[in-house]
Ligand binder design. Structure first.
Ligand code: NAD
Ligand code: TYD
Length: 350
């Protein structure tokens, strides 16, 4: 029996990782530790909450006492660390919260793991989940590899870069058995509707304008969230200690082209005349410091560990749209109060 701590398991990606681990590994105890910020939602885990090998702990990763105690009482063998502040626009409005959670929180977890495992690191693993945004912004060509120099340009990516450096420092300085992955943009079910794809789905459904920053020419490399979860499973079990793996599905899209595709799918799924959703597209003021292009070279993960993505983009996007349309209650419970305030601040009254 192994005791695996997953941080941020009530969030978008974390909930998919918890679901996969609980269902696939009945021999593991999965402990989900999450502070339940605006982005954390236990509704995401309704289907696994009663499983014998699953437990939830509401703890902030920056809480030294509670995190330290949990490592002792639960005899943690492995950590999959996803808890973070994750939205670039929010990091522009409130950088300090990102430093607190993403940097201080990560160091607190590293310290607790180090202390708990100090007598025997055998069989232990601290897996830190990071983003391709730490590498900065690409021009028209080239891909991010594991050796691309760090060049973060938003408070979010700078805080993730800081946490990556600290995780590596604990490997080199203290011999903590770490592994890191940096993934491209995720999409799929249960994503908070502040990020581009669920925000656009929700707005189109409600006949609200779809805000596109600048000219919509920025490029992102999109991966279905369940494929990210399967990559995390692969790296957690097969990755080399001290190594970094880039995760991506070779799926680059200009924002505006992605939104055209999404509008097309929405028209079909909602039974609206072709071209009606496109009319909602509205170009708005660009994001400050908006990175032009992200693109991942995943070949190390593919060749060394044998992982590959399972879904084509259009298939994944259609699956995602259907889930949001069938789960209006999930959306309604989120798109209230604090979300409305955030939305008005970010986009005016559009
Ligand atoms: P999310 O914002 O949906 O979820 C974050 C979760 O962390 C929430 O459940 C929240 O309650 C929890 N959390 C936040 N602060 C906390 C704290 N101080 N203590 C305990 N829990 C806290 O984020 P996500 O999109 O699921 O991203 C998860 C991880 O994956 C992050 O580390 C992010 O940097 C990384 N990542 C995300 C993407 C993406 O496209 N979303 C891509 C690559 C990497
Ligand atoms: P986002 O989903 O916030 O992810 P990230 O900034 O981490 O890549 O944004 C994806 C892209 O979509 C990014 O280029 C910014 C752009 N975008 C818009 O054009 N409009 C929006 O309302 C949002 C949220 C994002």
């Amino acid at each position: 029996m192994k005791n695996i701590l997953i941080t941020g398991g009530a969030g978008f990606i974390g909930s998919h990782v918890v679901r996969l681990m609980v269902n696939k590994y009945p021999q593991y105890n999965i402990i989900n530790m999450d502070a339940l910020t605006y982005a954390g939602n236990l509704e995401n885990l309704k289907d696994v909450e009663l499983k014998q090998n699953y437990r939830f702990k509401k703890i902030d990763i920056t809480d030294e006492k509670m995190v330290g105690r949990l490592f002792g009482t639960e005899k943690i063998d492995g950590v999959i660390h996803l808890a973070a502040e994750s939205h670039v626009d929010r990091s522009i409005n409130n950088p300090l919260e990102f430093i607190r959670t993403n940097i201080m929180g990560t160091v607190n977890l590293l310290n607790s793991a180090r202390l708990a495992w100090k007598d025997n690191m055998e069989g232990k693993r601290f897996y830190h989940i990071s983003t391709d945004e730490v590498y900065g912004s690409l021009g028209e060509t080239g891909l991010f590899t594991e050796t691309t120099s760090y060049d973060p340009r938003s408070p979010y990516s700078a805080s993730k870069a800081g946490s990556d450096h600290l995780v590596r420092a604990y490997f080199h300085t203290f011999g903590l058995p770490v592994v890191i992955s940096n993934c491209s943009n995720n999409y799929g079910t249960h994503q908070f509707p502040e990020k581009l794809i669920p925000l656009a789905i929700n707005n189109i459904k409600n006949n609200k304008q779809v805000p596109i920053y600048g000219k919509g020419e920025n490029i992102r490399d999109w991966l279905f969230v369940e494929d990210h979860a399967s990559a995390i499973d692969t790296i957690f079990h097969k990755g080399e200690t001290g190594e970094t793996y880039n995760i991506g599905g070779n799926n680059e899209w200009k924002n505006i082209d992605l939104i055209y595709l999404l509008c097309n799918i929405m028209d079909k799924e909602l039974g609206r005349p072709e071209g009606s959703s496109e009319k909602l597209i509205t170009f708005v003021k660009d994001r400050a410091g908006h990175d032009q292009r992200y693109a991942i070279d995943p070949s190390k993960l593919v060749h060394e560990l044998g992982w590959k993505p399972s879904l084509q983009f259009e298939e994944g996007l259609t699956k995602t749209v259907r889930w949001y349309l069938e789960n209006q209650q999930w959306l309604n419970s989120i798109v209230s109060g604090a979300y409305e305030q955030y939305y008005d601040k970010q986009y005016g009254d559009r």
